[in-house]
Design a protein around this ligand. Structure first.
Ligand code: ADP
Length: 289
C-alpha cells in the first residue's frame, strides 16, 4: 500500500512556485528521504500534505485519505515534526506532552518518561526556558508518543548535537521496525544515506530524481588516481572527466560502467591505481547540475 501518493501536486505563492507537478509514491514501511537545498520546496510539500496549505492543483492521498477533505483522519495517525518548533511558553514539557496525549487513545505515558531520559530533557522546565535543541527534543517526543503509522519529519536534526542525533536516528530505526513509515526531509545528505532506503531530490520545486540509496551509490562517480612509469599520451574512454596529470600521476573522475573502466585499465600498463567513492554530497551535486 502507498502511504503517501501524490499526482501532479502543485502549490504556488502568488506568481512564485512553491512546488510543481510532484508525483511521488511512498510505500508502507519505507524510510524515505526528501533532499534539497534551502528554498527547494520541502516544507511547502510537507505542509501541503498535512492540509496546512491548500494545493493550487493536483491531488494527494496520505494513509489512504484525500488531503483536501480528510486531514483530520490523517492527523490522527500521523506524527509531524516541523522544522521550526513554536509552543505556548507558559507550559512545561510535561504539561505540553500530557495535553497532546489527551487527543489520542493509545498513548503510553511510560514512553514519555523513557524518551525524556534518552534525550536528557528535563520535563519540568518551562518551555520558554528551553534552548532551541531542547524544544526540538520535546517536539520529537511529541511526534512519536501516539505510535503514528506515518512520521513526517521536516529537517529534524537541526539544533541537535551529534550524540542526540545518534539517539534520534536509533529511535527512528526502532519506530520503523515497529511498522512506522518515515518521510524525512533534509539538506544534509549523510544523514539521508545513513537512514533512508530511497530518496527523492527536489530542486526549485520539482523532483529531479528518485533513487534507492544503494543504486545511487552504485551509479556514482568514481575518483581515480593512476600511476604510470612516466606521463604518456592516452586516448580516454567516455565517462572520464577532468583528467589532470601531475608528473607521472593521472587523476580523473569517472561516471560510467565499471567494466569499461577496468578493460581500459588493463591496457594501460599501470604501476598503481586507486579508485575511490565520493560521498553522497558529490553524487547529488551531479543531479543538481
Ligand atoms: P524548503 O523547505 O526546501 O527550504 P520552502 O518550501 O520553504 O523550501 O520554500 C519553497 C519556495 O517557496 C521558496 O522559493 C520560498 O521562498 C517560497 N515560499 C515559501 N513559503 C512562502 C510564503 N509563505 N510566501 C511566499 N513564498 C513562499
Amino acid at each position: 500500500m502507498n502511504i503517501i501518493e501524490t499526482s501532479d501536486l502543485c502549490k504556488n505563492y502568488g506568481n512564485d512556485v512553491g512546488i510543481k507537478n510532484i508525483n511521488l509514491e511512498i510505500k508502507e514501511g519505507e524510510i524515505f528521504g526528501f533532499i534539497g537545498p534551502n528554498g527547494a520546496g520541502k516544507s511547502t510539500f510537507i505542509r501541503t500534505l498535512l492540509g496546512l496549505l491548500h494545493p493550487s492543483s493536483g491531488t494527494a492521498k496520505v494513509l489512504g485519505y484525500n488531503i483536501n477533505n480528510k486531514s483530520e483522519e490523517i492527523r490522527k495517525k500521523l506524527g509531524y515534526l516541523p522544522s521550526e518548533v513554536n509552543y505556548y511558553d507558559g507550559m512545561s514539557s510535561r504539561e505540553l506532552l500530557e495535553y497532546h496525549s489527551g487527543f489520542y487513545d493509545n498513548v503510553d505515558m511510560k514512553k514519555i518518561r523513557t524518551l525524556s531520559e534518552i534525550f536528557e530533557l528535563d520535563l519540568d522546565r518551562k518551555i520558554e526556558e528551553l534552548s532551541f535543541g531542547n524544544k526540538k527534543k520535546c517536539a520529537i517526543i511529541q511526534s512519536v508518543i501516539h505510535e503514528p503509522d506515518l512520521l513526517i519529519l521536516d529537517e529534524p536534526t537541526s539544533g541537535l548535537d551529534p550524540l542526540m542525533q545518534n539517539r534520534f536516528f536509533e529511535l527512528l530505526e526502532e519506530e520503523n521496525k515497529k511498522g512506522t513509515t518515515i518521510f524525512f526531509s533534509s539538506h544534509i545528505l549523510a544523514e539521508v544515506q545513513r537512514l533512508c532506503n530511497r530518496a527523492a531530490v527536489i530542486r526549485k520545486g520539482e523532483i529531479s530524481a528518485v533513487e534507492d540509496i544503494l543504486s545511487l551509490l552504485e551509479k556514482q562517480m568514481k575518483k581515480a588516481r593512476f600511476v604510470f612509469k612516466e606521463k604518456k599520451e592516452l586516448t580516454f574512454i567516455s565517462g572520464v572527466q577532468n583528467p589532470t596529470w601531475t608528473n607521472n600521476k593521472l587523476t580523473f573522475d569517472y561516471i560510467g560502467p565499471v567494466k569499461e573502466l577496468i578493460q581500459w585499465m588493463n591496457q594501460l600498463e599501470l604501476q598503481d591505481a586507486v579508485l575511490e567513492e565520493p560521498d553522497l554530497e558529490t553524487i547529488f551535486m551531479n543531479y543538481y547540475q
